[in-house]
Design a protein. Structure first.
Length: 244
């Protein structure tokens, strides 16, 4: 329903006792399952501009490899801090809704009209790095880069980002798996329930008032998660000690 499973799932797994690094890796299977489903549906509809998609995928995957390798090398304390920062970024995005800027973009009529410059590839690599490292908030980042830096129409970018994120998620899943940072007993039911939730959520989102209810609930949940992680990191206690 929230269209951002990792934002809720990763903190929940940590709260249930899973190590931060393993929770970060375990969430990747569910991401792959959901993105693969969406990509296959778009492919069946003939809606994916494959040449443009592959151009955006290459730097994204390269960045995801570097990000995943870094994530598996850091301690749980650093991963916890990164997740807290990611949750804060997601909360800011929910409140400010930066994707509204994309609605003002004038769509190009032809795929060949899109000129991808060095800045686009650099930003896609940076987005891939973040997606491989933590993944929280990477969906918004990807969409912003595709439209604002790539000049890709919003409708096309929404479709294109599924395969781009699927590719980076697959790379991350492979690296986390090889490093032993995936709890498969958690990952498999999580992937299945995530697919079922996406299907159910799509129906619920069509109901009257459902979108606003989900949106407000997500803001509340992410706010609580941010506070929880800040408390776990001891920042409030440190601040109170400094003031004292």
């Amino acid at each position: 329903m929230a269209a951002s499973g990792a934002t809720v799932v990763v903190p929940s797994m940590i709260g249930l006792g899973l190590e931060a690094g393993v929770a970060n890796g375990t969430s990747r299977l569910a991401a792959v399952a959901g993105l693969a489903t969406a990509t296959w549906r778009f492919h069946q509809a003939g809606a994916i501009p494959w040449l443009l998609t592959l151009k955006a995928t290459v730097p994204m995957v390269a960045g995801a490899i570097a990000g995943s390798l870094l994530a598996t090398a850091l301690s749980d304390q650093w991963i916890t801090l990164a997740i807290a920062g990611s949750l804060l970024f997601v909360l800011i995005c929910l409140i400010t809704q930066p994707t509204r800027l994309l609605l003002q973009e004038e769509p190009s009529s032809e795929e060949t009209d899109t000129q991808l410059g060095p800045l686009f590839y650099l930003l896609m690599a940076a987005t891939g790095f973040w997606a491989g490292f933590i993944a929280l908030g990477s969906g918004v980042m990807t969409l912003l880069v595709l439209v604002l830096a790539g000049g890709i129409p919003l409708k096309t970018a929404n479709i294109l980002k599924c395969f781009v994120r699927l590719s980076s998620s697959l790379v991350a899943l492979l690296i986390f798996g090889l490093r032993g940072d995936i709890n498969w007993l958690w990952a498999l039911p999580l992937a299945l329930s995530g697919m079922a939730g996406a299907h159910l959520g799509a129906r619920l989102a069509l109901g009257d008032g459902a979108t606003q209810l989900i949106f407000r609930a997500l803001i509340a949940v992410v706010s609580l998660e941010v506070l929880s992680f800040l408390w776990r990191l001891g920042l409030p206690q440190n601040l109170m000690g400094a003031l004292a």
